[in-house]
Design a protein around this ligand. Sequence first.
Ligand code: FES
Ligand code: FES
Length: 155
Amino acid sequence: MTATTLTLNGRAVSADVEPRLSLADFIREHQGLTGTHTACEHGVCGACTIMLDGKPARSCITLAVAADGTEIRTTEGWDGDTVMAVVRAAFKSEHAVQCGYCTPGMLTTAYDIVTRLPGADRDRIRLELSGNLCRCTGYVGIVDAIEVALKEVHG
Ligand code: FES
Ligand code: FES
């Protein structure tokens, strides 16, 4: 067991964990935050994407011990964030959610696009989204939602 301390959605968390435990399993199983989804569990689909020190990261291929000292934000941790409120509303208005399985990861990546790339066009949005797979294949609504959010946040 290895001592791990990190900040999870603004809260200090300490635990003794197996060195092989993934950050996704730590978040879901140890912390009970099941909004972080897992699917491929080898870094391909993006379902498990969370924010690690302000950047999107695959929690299934990040070890919990490697996240020691970092700041993690999961889909449960965005209350009060005005940009995420806009992104969520755009996903709703543009029908970007179908079964919803990919949505927590998609929202995280969408937030990153909206905050990092104010001038992103549809091609760039699609490129940036290429690490997030939607099994319902509803990409048009997701790209529309990010376009709407970009416009709303940056004018
Ligand atoms: S579950 Fe992590 S990338 Fe697919
Ligand atoms: S909405 Fe179903 S996997 Fe994306």
